[in-house]
Write a protein that binds this ligand. Sequence first.
Ligand code: UDP
Ligand code: MG
Length: 317
Amino acid sequence: MRQLLSILTPMYNEAAGLGEYFQALEAALAPLDIDYEIVCVDDGSRDDTLSLLKQHAERNPRIKIVALSRNFGKEAAMTAALDYASGDVALPMDADLQDPPELIAAMLAKWREGYQVVYAKRSSRKTDGLIKRKTARLFYKVFNRLSDIKIPEDVGDFRLLDRGVIEAIKQLPEKDRFMKGLFCWPGLKHTVIEFERQKRAQGTSKYNYWNLWNFALSGITSFSTFPIRAGIYLGLTVATFSFLFGLWVIFKTVITGVDVPGYASLLVAVLFMGGIQLFFLGLLGEYIGRIYKEVKNRPIYLVEDEIGFHADKAKTP
Ligand code: UDP
Ligand code: MG
């Protein structure tokens, strides 16, 4: 039996580039010695994405659609795609042709050599602005310093995943899904190929700096508890110093008597400590919010419609 490759594509308002995407993708997939399915998750698009998808699915039955009931975000849409994929191997790809389909053949070749994960790493970030480049660098540095699970730098969701890896990821029940981290959690045998990432073919990125900041925060707090533990060390350090300072003040009062100055330094110390306390309270809130989200145990996404899946394959989350 021929093996099956599942292409997984979350789509949010991607109507403008859809035709171009399928054309490039199908051209790259046709010559490969593998069957394929393209699992498209419509993440509650407000444009014509879904109706266009239906037209394409009629033209090519290998195009399958999972329509979510509203916009759940890319990470949830990707989770849906993983749940619906039935391939021996899967490849998440963005709908904007920033992940070049021409790379699929090389990635499959690596998979056939026995690698279970093949990362596609951006060889440069030329298409990104200076701020994006610097902040991305900083994020990977901080994340990998704090988390037990290391994520490779400049690798997006574009990576080939063997069925074994998919099954492992599906066992991770968390509601807050930082896919970059979850994809790395199973470990297993992996390799890297490099590519040059192009600019978006159509439309604009769905992420601004505020989204990216929240994304980074969610990633770090999902994979590390160091930020709240840092409070212990900071608190201990400050307490030790203030104890020593107190001893010194007593000593000084005994020797030279009482003096009044110190208003400025007192205010600085109080405000500084207040700031640090608020910071760690906020951090605590972040983790408690996360616990709250897990405890509620709501489904990660809700499917409104599914097209192209066999009745026995169709799953509900
Ligand atoms: N996307 C999605 N849901 C969202 C936001 C984005 O499914 O809420 C999809 C989007 O349609 C695209 C992919 O995620 O296929 C990557 O989005 P984008 O190109 O905007 O991100 P960037 O390339 O800037 O990281
Ligand atoms: Mg993009």
